[in-house]
Write a protein that binds this ligand. Structure first.
Ligand code: SAM
Ligand code: SF4
Length: 349
């Protein structure tokens, strides 16, 4: 179906292609994740080193350029955009981009605009996010204990995040809590987090830690296979597989005792690449076709080469032909180096 929407906030009209982009393995690419900044107000131990070197501000695409890039993807069949980072809500004037992209949701050219956030700025932005067309967000939270929260985020304030969650729910945003499962940290707390999340009407997802970027710790000490976590949870809860999907790699179960949903994202123990529908854009205009591979395409040059989107469209098409079949993350004592050198904050998970 050919859909047309009028000019959005001064951007070119969006004329959606008849068909979505298809990669060499027959997968439709309909989901774009955009890391709007590599900076963050936290320093989670599994994500960043404490002393990080961030990109010089001059290397960043402007928000207008990011909007143009996102619009090009929408015109090529992308139906869902997630803003991430670093912490997306610390990028200056980020609400400009949220409002612009929200216009696509309102016009029906985008099914969903969402974001993944650490929650620190939610109290400030929750209402505006809702007004812009955002309906669901992911909030990352690894513990309900304020001291442990400080230990894992190094710089975060637990109470601020809780205020953010309150504000988001009050604004009408549906929240999914994301927790990274960490051995000897939150291994035995996930059950309580589940009761907390489901008690407040939030879904929850647990994620295996992935070997991305140099951090200050040994990842072997942090890695907890979700198969073990699940077996532990099954001693307290009745978990039933359900076909629920949110367009991501999580496999969901329903928890009989709480009536809520729990998702498992298992990049290490179970490979989900066969259904991968996404590509990842960084704040410098680099497109990664796979989270777990180094190959990337430079879209900034194509973007800046012309005001016409012809080059850009061709560069995107070429990049999609390079989308690999999958990743092969390994964490063990013999693999001391991360599978990919860049940190998760570059591509936003
Ligand atoms: N700052 C935002 C946040 O924390 O939600 C968005 C960016 S953060 C990189 C996105 C997600 O990636 C978070 O849920 C975080 O816990 C997760 N993450 C970061 N590093 C990870 C790693 N090495 N393995 C698995 N998940 C990771
Ligand atoms: Fe920041 Fe998110 Fe990484 Fe934590 S996980 S350091 S909040 S980007």
């Amino acid at each position: 179906m050919n859909s047309f929407a009028g000019p959005v906030g001064g951007a070119a009209p969006i004329i959606a292609d008849k068909a979505p982009m298809i990669d060499p393995f027959g997968r439709a690419v309909t989901y774009l994740r955009v890391s709007v900044t590599d900076r963050c107000d936290f320093r989670c131990t599994y994500c960043m080193a404490e002393n990080m070197t961030f990109l010089p501000k001059k290397d960043l695409l402007t928000l207008e350029e990011l909007n143009r890039l996102c619009s090009a993807f929408i015109s090529k069949g992308v139906r869902k955009i997630r803003l991430t980072g670093g912490e997306p809500l610390v990028r200056k004037n980020i609400m400009f981009l949220v409002r612009e992209l929200g216009q696509h949701v309102k016009a029906g050219t985008l099914d969903e605009l969402t974001l993944t956030t650490n929650g620190s700025q939610l109290a400030k932005y929750a209402d505006e996010l809702y007004d812009s067309g955002v309906r669901r967000i992911n909030v990352s939270l690894d513990t309900l204990n304020p001291e442990k929260f400080k230990a894992i985020t190094r710089w975060g304030d637990y109470h601020k995040v809780m205020e953010g969650i309150d504000a988001a729910q009050k604004a009408g945003l549906k929240i999914k809590l994301n927790a990274v499962a960490l051995k000897d940290f939150n291994e035995f707390e996930i059950a309580d987090m589940l009761r907390f999340a489901h008690g407040r009407g939030m879904d929850m997802t647990v994620i295996e830690t992935m070997p991305m970027g140099e951090i200050d710790e040994d990842r072997t000490d942090q890695y907890l296979p979700l198969s073990k976590l699940r077996a532990d949870l099954e001693e307290q809860f009745t978990l039933t597989e359900i076909p629920y999907k949110t367009g991501g790699p999580a496999r969901y179960v329903e928890v009989q005792e709480t009536g809520g949903r729990l998702g498992f994202i298992t990049p290490m123990t179970h490979n989900f690449c066969e259904s991968c529908n996404r590509v990842r854009l960084t704040c410098t205009g680099t497109l990664y076709m796979c989270l777990g591979q180094n190959d990337a395409a430079d879209l900034r040059t194509a973007l800046r080469a012309s005001e016409n989107d012809g080059y850009l469209s061709a560069a995107i098409d070429e990049a999609i032909t390079r989308k690999p079949k999958g990743h092969d993350f390994i964490i063990d004592r013999t693999h001391k180096r991360p599978a990919v050198a860049r940190h998760m904050s570059v591509t936003g998970g």
